[in-house]
Design a protein around this ligand. Structure first.
Ligand SMILES: Cc1cc2nc3c(=O)[nH]c(=O)nc-3n(C[C@H](O)[C@H](O)[C@H](O)COP(=O)(O)OP(=O)(O)OC[C@H]3O[C@@H](n4cnc5c(N)ncnc54)[C@H](O)[C@@H]3O)c2cc1C
Length: 508
């Protein structure tokens, strides 16, 4: 196939000759940007990237300041604006890398062994290392600069020392301990996946980027995709390709498959969709990391120090973490992240000069599973998302979070933190089960709703190369294919997975 000639994204849709591509990538988020960039490196391959949210263009051309400011989590450019916070997901080119904390950490060897079991040798720890390194380099990830550590973060690191945690390298599988993440932010600028991956590729004549273009459904017949219906500026067009790669994220990817008739047949019928391929795993296995925030009252001294840092434009609420082990975790590993926060509240407002401080216990390897379902075949209808927090029958997840709250309690009482904060709750680890459930929030790392696995696994949706079981020219390549969540923040693992899955798309 010949590459469509270079033209603006808007004219690309109205020119019939440009509607056919070698590869259409649906979803221009973290994974979608990696795929579009890597696949279009082969100049003989025409690639179209379709993103429902706005494409603000290359860096320096009209991006809203809020999306660029790495000091806070923006609430613009998201899908469901007025909803529970756990559903927050970006709707913009660059995806959730435009609204996230820019933290990058890596999981355990056991995480990668889980993926290798379902995806094959390409997912082994050794094989993934090349993709991890490529992502770190392309995203320009770097250690936390000293000036970004607030007095609270510094004291929390000292408190972790006091409790006997060793230093750990958070960008690798190292071990448990305390340390700082790798950041994809430079001097307060959130360096998102669109800047890092797409900008260097935008001028390629074989790459078309369509912003504000929502993929409504795939035309699936006889085990093949024959086109994708895309709506842009109210206009409905069909794009066709040899290969379709879905990268709409953990919530968006199963939703697009289900609207297209790929998913649990009974549920699809209930939602008014005619089933084409009965795949029970689509939308199942939603895995997210729950956590509980324990507030602490900043002393006047801490408030003053934070105000001074904010006046200099250098206040970052959170720049340290501890990898810790609950009693349910294997030796030498970790299943908890303990975070220390001090700064403007994530949500809501405080009077000038006053700040929120606290410590959180997040469970990184939950046993509980949730799910994503369609309410109807209408793409405009909000999804029915249940994260399934603490639904494991044995109650291990709740007990593990509680174990983390024990560490939070010890940190709050440490010599390093006592001069900066006053305890508001004396014994957070003694919170009732009901209070823990009610206070649990998300670390925003959902995965697993199009899980990879072998064809004989009834829960599997794709194979290790991202190919959808039962549909010959369809792939999924984003956070949704990870069958288990790593003991890490998910951006770097998703970038590495997308690097791997881009390589798996064959060249003609
Ligand atoms: C608030 C928040 C904070 C986070 N903080 C961190 C952090 O600090 N560190 C970290 O490692 N991870 C963090 N994450 C998680 C990380 O951002 C995700 O793991 C990662 O973005 C997943 O990449 P993805 O490509 O699967 O999905 P996304 O990046 O979400 O991209 C999916 C894209 O698909 C588009 N899309 C969806 N449906 C359609 C459709 N029908 N048609 C066209 N386009 C569509 C969306 O608009 C979106 O742009 C955070 C996430 C959130 C929401």
């Amino acid at each position: 196939m010949t590459a469509p000639s270079a033209q603006s994204a808007s004219s690309a849709l109205s020119a019939p000759s440009a509607r056919s591509y070698d590869v259409v990538v649906l979803g221009g988020g973290v994974a979608g940007c990696v795929l579009a960039a890597r696949l279009s490196e082969d100049r003989s391959r025409s690639v179209c990237l379709v993103e429902a949210g706005q494409d603000y263009g290359p860096h320096g051309e009209g991006w809203p300041g809020g999306l660029l400011d790495a000091r806070s989590l923006p609430r613009s450019d998201v899908w469901e604006r007025h909803t529970e916070v756990y559903r927050l997901r970006a709707r913009v080119i660059g995806g959730s890398s435009c609204v996230n904390g820019c933290w990058n950490t890596w999981g355990t060897h056991a995480d990668q062994a889980e993926w290798e079991r379902t995806g094959g040798a390409a997912w082994s720890a050794a094989a993934l290392e090349r993709h991890r390194k490529a992502a770190v380099q392309q995203m320009d990830m770097r250690p936390v600069p000293d000036g970004e550590l607030s007095p609270f973060s510094r004291a929390a690191l000292a408190a972790a020392d006091e409790l006997g945690f060793a230093h750990a390298d958070m960008g690798t599988s190292g071990g448990p301990g305390h340390g700082t993440p790798l950041l994809n932010a430079v001097d307060g600028l959130r360096w998102n996946a669109a800047f890092a991956y797409l900008d260097p590729a935008r001028s390629r004549p074989n790459l078309t980027v369509l912003g504000g273009a929502s993929a409504h459904r795939l035309d699936v017949r006889g085990g093949r995709v024959h086109g994708v219906e895309v709506v842009r500026d109210g206009e409905r067009v069909t794009l066709t390709a040899d290969t379709y790669v879905v990268a709409c994220g953990t919530y968006g990817s199963p939703a697009l498959l289900m609207r297209s008739g790929i998913g649990p047949a009974g549920q699809l019928r209930e939602a008014g969709v005619r089933p084409e391929v009965d795949l029970p795993g689509v939308g199942a296995n939603l895995t997210d990391q729950p956590g509980v925030f324990v507030p602490l009252a900043p002393t006047d001294g801490l408030n003053a120090a934070l105000a001074e840092q904010e006046a200099r434009g250098e206040l970052y609420g959170n720049r340290m973490l501890i990898r810790a082990a609950s009693p349910y975790c294997g030796d030498g590993s970790w299943d908890l992240h303990i975070l220390a926060n001090a700064g403007p509240p994530l949500f809501g407002k405080l009077p000038p000069g006053q700040y929120e401080a606290g410590l959180s216990s997040y469970l990184m390897k939950p046993a509980s599973r949730g799910r994503v379902r369609l309410r109807s075949a209408d793409p405009a209808e909000p999804l029915d998302i249940d994260p399934g927090f603490f639904s494991d029958p044995e109650g291990r997840d709740l007990a593990a979070v509680r174990a983390g709250l024990g560490i939070v309690e010890d940190l709050a009482g440490s010599a390093a933190l006592r001069p900066l904060v006053r305890q508001v709750e004396e014994h957070p680890s003694r919170l009732s089960d009901e209070r823990i459930r009610a206070r649990a929030g998300t670390y925003w790392h959902p995965v697993g709703t199009c899980a990879m696995g072998t064809e004989d696994d009834p829960g599997a949706v794709v194979d290790g190369a991202g190919r959808v079981h039962g549909v010959s020219n369809l792939r999924v390549a984003d956070a949704s294919v990870l069958p288990t969540v790593p003991a890490a923040n998910t951006q770097l693992p998703v970038l590495a997975a997308a690097e791997l899955l881009a390589e798996a798309v064959p060249r003609d």
